[in-house]
Write a protein that binds this ligand. Structure first.
Ligand code: XIL
Length: 400
């Protein structure tokens, strides 16, 4: 069992710097990835000895730690960006799982009733297959990014028919065209919501065409259809704001999953999106670990499915990057510490790719002069300190 030593966790006010390193108590530090520097105390600018690669230059040798086959570290990608060599090479070299950031969503894959367009999603799955990677399918039933024709459906029969055809067609396509590559599906995404009232937060089923017409039973139905279509795929419920044990949505989600499991609904896992910030809160890592444990006790797998760590609150400076590294490490370390957690994913490759750039950093009416910079690679596809936080977590080294 490796123990992780944080040599120094120094935060000096204003412009402070945190230096951390991981070491093994009873064995040598992990072998460096081919041709790269061994793990060492980071100095700044980070990885200064690695020449900055241009977007199309060759990428550092692949990291065996990200390809050990047993655990999976995934990244949300876009079909368009995969056409850019620097992006594609980094994804293939550093990760062993991908997720289509948008290309498998209903509006993209079935824009008209019964008219399926798999072109862009297939480009991603082909890329994964050709590079020895697996895919998480995201997502089958979600209130968002639905085509207008689905939103306009009325009556239980029409919605059930559309939902059944959609799940069956999409899952069967990947089962048959890319056998064994799409290993998991986010079958239902974000079905619960929190209403703020005078008594505090109250969890409710989120308004959607599925809930309106089919009631809460749409969730169990969706899982049953998916299981009947591909018995080999792992089936996940996925949501945000439910990563810790505290709060109405967390409690409601845990209760819902408990009830689904007790009723024999074929749900295999709980996906925690984990769009979070650099401080140890919302949830803190210990509370996340406690949450993982209670889902594990239900017999479910758990995954961190969409992690990003926005730096809006602290800024993209040295301290921010170290806090980000720490946060990725503590959260992912808590996940990997559980035998129920075999896979984690980051919501985008490099900072300029992040969906969070669409809103930027805002505080009330103010647009802040800083950027979310929430991911593990920078604009030149160079590893940020955050990458080492992920790397250390994957290697059983969790910062104290
Ligand atoms: C986001 C994508 O990243 C954006 O490009 C898109 O405009 C909106 O959706 N939870 C999810 C993801 O489950 O599908 C969302 O992805 C982010 C929040």
């Amino acid at each position: 069992m490796k123990r992780c030593l944080v040599d120094r966790w120094m935060i000096v006010a204003l412009g402070s710097l945190a230096l951390m390193a991981c070491a093994s108590e009873d064995e040598a530090p992990p072998a460096p990835p081919n041709g790269e520097e061994p793990l060492q105390l980071l100095t700044y600018p980070y990885h200064r000895d690695e020449p900055k690669a241009s977007a199309t230059a060759s990428i550092p040798a692949e990291s065996p730690f990200f390809r050990d086959g047993e655990r999976h570290v995934g990244v949300a990608v876009s079909a368009d960006r995969l056409e850019e060599p620097g992006y594609a090479q980094t994804v293939a070299a550093q990760f062993n799982q991908v997720i289509a950031e948008n290309e498998m969503k209903w509006e993209a894959i079935e824009p008209e009733p019964g008219v399926f367009d798999f072109t862009r999603a297939d480009a991603i799955v082909s890329f994964a297959r050709d590079n020895g990677m697996q895919v998480r399918g995201h997502t089958l039933v979600w209130h968002s990014q639905l085509p207008a024709w689905v939103e306009a459906l009325t009556g239980a029969d029409a919605v059930r028919e559309a939902m059944t055809r959609h799940i069956q067609t999409v899952v069967a396509h990947y089962r048959d065209t890319f056998p064994g590559i799409v290993v998991a599906w986010d079958v239902v995404n974000e079905a619960l919501n929190v209403m703020q009232g005078q008594m505090g937060g109250m969890v409710v089923y989120r308004d959607s065409v599925f809930y309106r017409e089919l009631g809460e039973g749409f969730i169990a139905e969706a899982f049953q259809i998916a299981r009947a279509t591909d018995p080999d795929a792992l089936l996940f419920y996925n949501d945000f704001g439910v990563e810790g044990t505290l709060g109405a949505k967390s409690t409601g989600t845990y209760d819902m999953l408990s009830a689904l499991v007790a009723a024999g609904v074929p749900v295999d896992g709980m996906g925690f999106q984990m769009h979070t910030g650099p401080l140890d809160q919302g949830p803190n890592a210990d509370d996340f670990a406690a949450n993982v444990a209670r889902y594990e006790a239900l017999g479910l797998q758990v995954e961190v499915t969409e992690m990003d760590v926005t730096l809006c609150a602290v800024g993209g400076n040295v301290l921010g990057f170290e806090l980000q590294r720490y946060r990725f490490n503590r959260i992912l370390g808590a996940c990997f510490a559980s035998p129920a957690c075999r896979s984690i994913s980051l919501w985008g490759l490099a900072d300029p790719n992040s969906w969070l750039n669409d809103t930027g950093c805002v505080q009330g009416m103010l647009v802040l002069d800083t950027e979310p910079a929430p991911l593990a690679f920078d604009a030149a596809y160079q590893r940020k300190p955050a990458w080492w936080g992920v790397y250390d977590a994957l290697n059983g080294c969790t910062y104290q």
